[in-house]
Design a protein around this ligand. Sequence first.
Ligand code: SAJ
Length: 421
Amino acid sequence: MSFETVSVIGLGYIGLPTAAMFASRKKKVIGVDVNQHAVDTINKGQIHIVEPELDMIVHAAVTEGYLKATTTPEPADAFLVAVPTPFLPCQEGDIPAPDLSYIQAASKAISPVLKKGDLVILESTSPVGATEKMAEWLAGMRPDLTFPQTHGKNADINVAHCPERVLPGHVVRELVENDRVIGGMSERCSERSVELYKTFVEGDCVVTNARTAEMAKLTENSCRDVQIAFANELSVICDKLDINVWELIQLANRHPRINILQPGPGVGGHCIAVDPWFIVSKTPNDAKIIHTARIVNDSKPDWVIDKVKLAVAEFLQSNKDKTVADVKIACFGLAFKPDIDDLRESPALEITQKIAKMHGGDVIAVEPNINTLPQHINSFKLVDLDSAFDQAEIKVLLVDHREFKDKKPIHGLVVDTKGIW
Ligand code: SAJ
């Protein structure tokens, strides 16, 4: 049986591009989201997130009638769940546990419209066991249907985990070109999932089971986190030893088997700073390196703030007629990485907010990828690049956006967390 209609639950950074890709291959796509504003925007052929090329694809898909968005699920042949999997709030120093409530809510929402032969795929990055949990929730809500945990290949509903692996900023290309890990709860579930993804995926669809697929995704992001932690630790060591870490890394990377990543103000985003905890919380006594990497990367923003405090002290030392109130600090970049507008879990934003709270003078920020600050942020002002260069006594480079690479400050003290100035 082929897939005529595909439903994507959660129209965010992953769900919307995925829905658009199916629609661009002339599948009838029903996108579902609880956010009415997102639904309305998409139905106008526009997008509520920033991702290169996506606006054109969504516009074409909606105009040609292949994509529509709604807040209530409708029957479809396949359901792809792409909802957030954050972690639950916890005390500082505790190991955060994953919050599966969005997956549970999505399961509840689609359960009334499920029918025999449907395929349900969990795309959200999830702790090991989450796909089985989702299948259990669905089975509990639909006792009239059979599921793979009890009926294997003969189940009415097939269930799989196929984690997304695309890089923000390159989503449209990577969705098509990247290999895909397909973790079915039975061989039949995997076969059906491969058939679905082959609608637009040109990379290989590599089959495994659901638990291994879950762990594969967590492993990829934890591996990157550990590597960035190594670079961040080196930057702290080099600072103590008066060595330029950027030059050091360049030299070491000339070794044919060494490839050190770049240090920075910390690790942000909703993936690499979150997913390793899903491994640590399951196996706290064994995930030692993964846990330490999280601590190293999470402590980097405070290290940067200490550097800013030192710069303020240095300025006042050589300008005896000035007080703290006369020192203006400009932070360059608020997004969690270069050339995007995404402020979620951004160390640059965290650092700027903390500086604004602790500093007795003005704090301003430059973020070329946004026009206004989110409403809840009012402790500092957004200004343009030239004004920040002119006005600030201390310049803190937090994100290596292309606009900052092209232009360097000629006066004032600089704290450069990305080594571009
Ligand atoms: N960062 C550094 N130094 C580096 C590279 C990155 O400090 O050398 C920082 C960035 O500034 C940022 C954070 O790490 O704050 C994460 O950025 P990223 O570009 O490494 O990754 P994400 O979060 O945008 O996307 C990752 C990707 N995973 C891997 O590369 C293994 C992507 O493929 C995943 O699909 C995505 O997570 C996800 O959704 O899980």
